[in-house]
Design a protein around this ligand. Structure first.
Ligand SMILES: [Zn+2]
Length: 433
């Protein structure tokens, strides 16, 4: 009786039937940890499949024949929300493990300046870049920021994303960073998907600390991190470690403060210049993101670690760069690779994981199968939630994306259009298109 009562409180049971290709992303090998090398190509595809979710969890996934034999389903079919997938492709909802959604205005001056030939650093020096988003967030009300984040989350779900890592980082004062994290929390409460909040107080050194960056690092370490941890507003601490942002030494200092406050760490690494990564591995970072510049030595070290290399080709695309991170070298060396949008107003204003996957295929020579693993199960590893997310297996959260295609390779193939017709977020079904 108790079981039934608990079930009736959550989302209604859902049966997805008549699935053409179900990409389960079940591990093909017994190796644990993030997917590497050839394992990235294993999608665990079931043809002519069905999938049952009860109480927000996946209960069974397999061939239609097997799924319909489920004794619970036989007894309760009338009370189940049934979706006829009409031979479409169903896969785990995307895990977008790197986004910056807390800002209010697009950066159209940066966009035009860059088209005229200005570099990332020149735009920053001219008052554009990250610092130009600060005013809106510092002056913006929490409800306005919350509404903005919620709009983004809903847009993401419409494109198949069911889990989102969301960073602060456009306030850069104690008050406005906490306000940003509260906006993320408040938006997450109104969205059926899953949000993992990250404190990115160390995004850049704000103008008022320009001549004394160490003082700003102390603000991050002594004020922002302890408060965010105490109020449970962040799961991770992130640092933009690069020229024009924070040094390796400052990054270590911030990582140490995060560790002391019980928060996990991740960092933007190697976007503009190379930083030695091996010394940071003692902090067990969940992910190093960007990775345009990385040494052979560090690749060898990363192949032995569970730190994921999160690639964000949307930024390279939008900056009009000719070079992209060397995904092939990373994958072929055994480094676990994830894909994310890096949604942000300056360098990657896209919420589309299929777009990131398309760029991964065309510009980084990842196969469609590798791109799908990187956008789902390895995104979950990059957020340390692979026990609940990123694959379709009994017991895991019911996070699914339904794509109006016959073959999974069409997802990165049809770039620039949205082929996602419906998503399921922790068992809640979005309305069909
Ligand atoms: Zn970023």
């Amino acid at each position: 009786m108790k079981k039934v009562a608990r079930r009736s409180q959550g989302p209604k049971p859902v049966l997805l039937a008549n699935i053409g290709q179900l990409l389960t992303l079940r591990a093909a090998s017994t190796r644990s940890g993030p997917r590497r090398g050839p394992d990235l190509k294993e999608l665990g595809i079931v043809h002519d499949a069905a999938l049952l979710c009860i109480g927000g969890n996946i209960v069974s996934a397999g061939t239609t024949k097997d799924a319909l034999r489920d004794p619970w389903l036989k007894r309760n079919r009338k009370n189940v929300v049934e979706i006829d997938c009409a031979r479409k492709v169903v896969l785990p909802g995307f895990v977008d493990s790197h986004t910056h959604p807390v800002f209010l205005s697009p950066r159209l001056v940066d966009f035009e300046k860059r088209i005229e030939g200005a570099s990332y650093e020149q735009i920053g020096a001219a008052g554009g870049g990250i610092r130009s988003s600060l005013e809106g967030v510092r002056n913006g009300s929490k409800p306005a920021l919350t509404a903005k984040v919620l709009r983004v989350l809903r847009d993401m779900a419409a494109h198949g994303t069911t889990t989102v890592e969301a960073k602060s980082g456009y306030g850069l004062t104690l008050e406005s960073e906490l306000k940003s994290l509260e906006a993320i929390r408040d938006a997450a409460r109104q969205w059926p998907g899953t949000v993992i909040p990250t404190l990115l107080g160390a995004h850049v050194v704000p103008g008022e600390f320009q001549s004394c960056s160490q003082k700003y690092v102390e603000t991050v370490c002594i004020e922002m991190i302890p408060q965010a941890a105490k109020r449970k507003l962040a799961r991770f601490v992130d640092v933009f470690c690069d020229k024009g942002a924070f040094t390796a030494q400052e990054t270590e200092q911030i990582f140490a403060a995060a560790e002391a406050n019980g928060l996990n760490v991740r960092a933007h690494m190697g976007q503009l210049s190379e930083t030695r990564l091996a010394p940071f591995l003692r902090f067990k970072p969940a992910s190093f993101d960007h990775m345009d510049h990385v040494s052979e030595d560090d690749i060898v070290q990363l192949a032995k670690a569970d730190t994921v290399a999160t690639l964000v080709p949307g930024a390279n695309y939008f900056l009009g760069l000719k070079d992209y991170p060397n995904a092939r070298r990373l994958i072929d060396s055994g480094v676990p690779v994830a894909l994310a949008t890096d949604y942000n107003p300056g360098t990657s204003p896209t919420i589309s994981m299929p777009m990131a996957m398309s760029l991964a295929c065309t510009h980084m020579k990842m196969s469609p199968a590798e791109a799908i693993s990187a956008a789902t199960i390895n995104g979950a590893w990059a957020l340390r939630i692979a026990d609940r997310k990123g694959s379709i297996e009994p017991g895991k959260d019911a996070d699914l994306a339904i794509f109006n295609v016959q073959d999974y390779r069409e997802i990165p193939y049809w770039f620039g259009v949205n082929r996602c017709t419906q998503s399921v977020l922790n068992g809640e079904v979005t309305s069909p298109e």
